[in-house]
Design a binder for this molecule. Structure first.
Ligand code: ASP
Length: 373
């Protein structure tokens, strides 16, 4: 009997883990909502930005945080909040997403974006779009209205027009700074200073947002122009579900930024979510083992993974563990995260990452350099 109950309980724990969760009363200290954002990682060191640029970037991150926070504080969904956050950063030429996107080798701006809902595991992504003003809104349309997950290039632009999303002339995305960066890269390649056309300096500015809403659901989105000088239809990690973007109510929401090829190879976003999910299952089983059982071996109560709350340090260690593995492979960059248990934060192995977080607890923080909190 005892054995049969143990098998039943194991199956129950697994089946609970496999369904979208609605947690009951939030554990004490859990924020009602949380929002974490990034604006790209890279060699962002003190002294590299003028004080004016530093202030401009912080103000933009702050505005984006406020827009998403307002949605979440008003009871809106995580997916609405990250959309509101990212469109602000896409419209700001300081970031490599939407206006201000980097140039391809052939001198075009080709953008990628993805969005994912942790509640249902629905996702939408686009790559190589050239006319949609806000690629993140197109990714959302793909998720909700296309019947597909991932659309590319002309087809994605066509779907965008058919859905009535705002269209702009491709020149809208181009900025003189990004053009200079392409010229610099081409010169380095021509003079033999750089062998590959890959932008080793990572002209940062990809944007991302992850959120936990008051219903307990998480969502993630990322938007980027990719890397300067990309060619042959190169696609980075940002729009690849599981690499640069992932959300699952059983574990976390992740948005990445950095050298996309490495994030794709490690499946970074999904890898982090999987490790957290299995840790929650393990912790529920450990807690279950402590629950008294009756004469038939039936426990007084059943502890499911959605009822546990991982320790914030443990969450941070798991996220950092994957970023360490990325570094061992030679990859640079970082991620932001938000969990259904209320933890939020980031991990990166570059000198800096444009980033920010806010929560219902009243906390609001914007940072750029690695030595800030
Ligand atoms: N991850 C993006 C890409 O590889 C670039 C970035 O985050 O800066 O396309």
């Amino acid at each position: 009997m005892r054995r049969i109950w143990a098998i039943f309980l194991g199956a129950l724990i697994m089946s609970n883990a496999a369904s979208a969760q609605t947690s009951g009363d939030p554990p004490a200290g859990k924020p009602a909502w949380a929002l974490t954002i990034h604006g790209g990682a890279g060699v962002i060191e003190r002294g590299k930005l003028t004080p004016e640029k530093d202030a401009e970037i912080r103000a933009a991150l702050s505005r984006a945080l406020d827009a998403g926070s307002a949605v979440l504080a008003g009871g809106g969904s995580a997916v609405d909040a990250i959309g509101a956050t990212i469109t602000i950063l896409e419209d700001d030429a300081n970031f490599n997403a939407g206006r201000g996107a980097v140039f391809t080798w052939d001198g075009a701006n080709e953008m990628d974006a993805a969005i994912m809902k942790g509640e249902t595991l629905e996702a939408g992504a686009v790559t190589g779009v050239t006319r949609t003003k806000n690629p993140v809104l197109l990714a959302r349309k793909v998720m909700e209205d296309s019947g597909f997950v991932f659309l590319s290039r002309e087809g994605a632009d066509q779907f965008s027009r058919e859905q009535g999303l705002e269209q702009v002339d491709p020149s809208y995305f181009a900025t003189p700074l990004r053009r200079e960066q392409l010229e610099e890269l081409k010169e380095r390649v021509a003079s033999g200073k750089q062998v590959s056309s890959f932008d080793i300096d990572m002209k940062y500015g990809t944007v991302g947002a992850v959120a936990l809403d008051q219903s307990g659901h998480v969502a993630a989105a990322t938007s980027t122009g990719g890397v300067t000088g990309k060619r042959w239809g190169r696609i980075g990690d940002s729009p690849v579900i599981g690499a640069g973007t992932y959300a699952d109510d059983r574990s976390c929401a992740i948005s990445a930024t950095g050298a996309g090829e490495y994030f794709i190879r490690l499946g970074v976003a999904h890898e982090i979510c999987t490790r957290l999910r299995f840790r929650a299952i393990e912790q529920a089983a450990e807690a279950q083992a402590e629950v008294p059982v009756d004469r038939d071996g039936a426990p007084e109560r059943v502890i499911t993974p959605d009822a546990v709350s991982l320790d914030p340090r443990e969450v941070q260690d798991i996220v950092t563990g994957v970023i360490d593995e990325l570094g061992e492979l030679g990859g640079t960059g970082g991620v932001i995260y938000a969990t259904p248990w209320g933890q939020q934060g980031w991990s990166f192995n570059t000198p800096g990452m444009y980033r920010g977080k806010a929560s219902s607890g009243g906390e609001k923080l914007v940072a750029i350099y690695g030595d800030e909190e």
